[in-house]
Design a protein around this ligand. Structure first.
Ligand code: PHE
Ligand code: NA
Length: 452
């Protein structure tokens, strides 16, 4: 155990507080906004199956490893990796793993904030009853109008960034612990309610077949990479977010058990979101491959037609906003912690610098939905490029490196002492981390490159 040290940035008040914060980081736009639309774009069932497999076989063991590294290092991911590499007698260049993660978090937050801004815009629309008795076409137009307006999107993106940085400034035990405590249970309840509504919408059977009856002819190498990348993205893995949260974790807390709670809650929220949304897609003859607008073009339709829909719509988008917020603060925390440690500046200054830079890139992302939509590199606009670069490349690469470091570089005795898993479980974990995770990620990469 590493009780002897505590992070200079603070510590969680309890194990439960850590579970809340880490679940807050994991459960976010990735579950409710991204999972349904990428499942839709990639043909459903087979994609969902690969994603679930990756969560269980790669996500869970790597999350255990990443939290463990954080708690042992007790610093920002860059400095943690440097210290642990020194401790293990490994190459100091392992710190670049921390660097890549910090950059990835920064790139993700730039577009994450824009999408969270859409959710905020929809809070207002819900409040003013804009969904009431609307047709699918009207709901679609509502979304298209938002996409066409840089001014509106920049306004909400700015608001979201300001709130995020305000929260990060307050540090580890700010108001967010409390917010998440209320958020996750309420989100469950609303999603279950929406699933109930979706069951009566007429598209339920079709949706269940779409989501859970795998047809492997529908997926190719790139879909497999997207599913694997999403497993990392949705669990906040491979970029230091969970590592830095782990660095604030008190000793003597079972990391393995904690990981099961976090990964379990995250997976359930994603599946519920899918089961709530696809029946509406089929019942209204919408497109499964509608892309990033999918939830904004389906759920308002349900809210506009069901009893109590005004309240549920409002509550839903408020919760989506909070879910995004509890994730966004973890995206920038590695950078803020590093700036404080190495640049000798105050936490609030670190927030201003990193937040401003991230905001500027986000403005570019807003333009990629309208005036720059034709500006493409590798056939992808800025939003698509950032998404692909981070979720499909940087996070799996980071996750693979974390697995290799924990499995091959650290002394087994140190790892065993840090994890305190009963021996059989430890051997299973060690096998997954040493062999399965690195090999699986590597093979998927080769497959995408067409080598395999
Ligand atoms: N896990 C978050 C989500 O699903 C996104 C995220 C990725 C957060 C990486 C932190 C780090 O929305
Ligand atoms: Na998630």
């Amino acid at each position: 155990m590493t009780d002897k040290t505590q992070s200079i940035h603070g510590q969680w008040s309890s194990r439960f507080a850590f579970i809340l914060a880490a679940t807050g980081s994991a459960v976010g736009l990735g579950n409710i906004w991204k999972f349904p639309y990428i499942a839709g774009e990639n043909g459903g069932g087979a994609f969902v199956m690969v994603y679930l497999l990756c969560v269980a076989a790669l996500g869970v063991p790597i999350m255990i490893a990443e939290i463990m590294l954080g708690r042992r290092g007790r610093k920002s991911p860059i400095n943690t990796m440097q210290d642990l590499a020194t401790e293990a007698g490994a190459d100091p260049r392992w710190q670049y793993l921390g660097w890549m993660g910090m950059v990835a978090g920064f790139l993700i937050l730039a577009y994450y904030s824009v999408i969270a801004g859409w959710a905020m815009a929809y809070i207002v629309k819900a409040f003013f009853g804009s969904f009431m008795n609307s047709s699918a076409e009207e709901i679609q137009r509502l979304f298209e109008n938002l996409m066409a307006s840089p001014v509106q999107q920049i306004f909400w993106h700015t608001a979201f960034m300001l709130i995020t940085m305000q929260l990060v400034m307050r540090g580890v035990q700010g108001g967010l612990e409390k917010a998440v405590r209320f958020l996750i249970p309420t989100l469950f309840v609303i999603l279950i309610f929406l699933v109930g509504y979706a069951m009566t919408s007429g598209g339920y059977q079709q949706a269940m077949t779409f989501l859970f009856d795998p047809d492997f002819s529908k997926i190719d190498a790139d879909a497999v990479l997207t599913a694997m990348g999403h497993a990392f993205f949705t669990l906040s893995l491979g970029m230091g977010a969970i590592m830095v949260y782990g660095s604030y974790l008190p000793g003597h807390v079972s990391i393995a058990k904690t990981t099961f709670y976090i990964a379990g809650a995250d997976t359930i929220v994603a599946l519920l979101a899918g089961i709530a949304i696809f029946p509406l897609v089929f019942a209204n003859n919408l497109e499964t491959g509608a892309g990033p607008g999918l939830i904004f073009q389906t759920l308002p339709l349900a809210f506009g037609h069901m009893g109590g829909g005004w309240l549920f719509g409002l509550l839903f988008f408020v919760l989506l906003f909070f879910a995004a917020l509890s994730s966004s603060i973890s995206l920038i925390e590695p950078a803020v912690a590093w700036l404080v440690e190495n640049k000798n500046i105050q936490r609030h200054q670190a927030c201003v610098w990193s937040g401003t830079a991230c905001w500027a890139l986000g403005v570019g992302v807003v333009f990629s939905f309208n005036i720059w939509s034709d500006l493409k590199l590798f056939d992808k606009n800025l939003f698509q490029l950032l998404d692909y670069l981070t979720a499909n490349l940087m996070l799996p690469l980071g996750g693979m490196a974390i697995a290799i470091f924990a499995g091959w570089m650290m002394k087994t005795a140190d790892v065993e002492q840090e994890l305190e898993i009963p021996s059989q479980g430890f051997q299973v974990w060690q096998f997954l981390i040493k062999y399965l995770a690195p090999v699986a990620v590597f093979l998927v990469f080769l497959h995408v490159l067409g080598v395999l």
